[in-house]
Write a protein that binds this ligand. Sequence first.
Ligand code: PGA
Length: 252
Amino acid sequence: MRPQIVAGNWKMNNDLDEGRQLAKSIKEHQDDIPSDVTVILAPPFIHLSDISREIMDSPLQLAAQNCATEEKGAFTGEVSASMIRSTGARYVIIGHSERRSYYNETDEIVHKKIQLALKHDLYPIVCVGESLTQRENDQYFSVVEAQLDNTVFKLSAEDFGRVVVAYEPVWAIGTGKTATPEQAQEMHAFIRKKIQENFSSDAAENTAILYGGSCKPANAAELFSQPDIDGGLIGGASLKPGDFVEITKSFT
Ligand code: PGA
């Protein structure tokens, strides 16, 4: 059985006190969160250690939002996968569309980061998704397939077994415009089929594929009830503890 996952991507929001308060509020609602849902918080790098301590004795998991393409050394301003792991984080989001579009991250860069994450015992949450123009031009399947081919499909089957995929249509991120459950399901089923073709039926069956893009309490249940949607990568709504916890309860 593949896991059900809700991950909160805080992006560049919250100072340290606000971040700790947010983590604390979510932790205080722990009893409301179904025990079979893996809940991951992804604060900015600089808060990782503090949030790690804040959630230490809870089932909440920690993720970074990015990692460096290099192991270590003279790369001013970068944060390596091993540094992330040393804070207690178990996951790292890689290839988010904001990284791809604002910081010119190519599939090649994404692939390097995934390899380093795996080497340092982190589970990569790898984001794929098409832009609005690509959707309107009916290129969405080919765009997502190429993103997968150039990154996670280059991994060994064993390494791929530790990957979480997040489908995030760029046009739905932070726009309030959610993919319909049918649009999301169609893409998730496509991604799962590609995993089966590239690896195996077992790999396809066991890989968690998350949806991201304006997911909120009002639409989470409908999205998560789709057979190939295994949870969500949540941006805006993850900053509101009540909304975020509500989303974790949206699996049927
Ligand atoms: P959003 O962001 O929920 O604010 O649309 C999702 C994401 O970027 O991961």
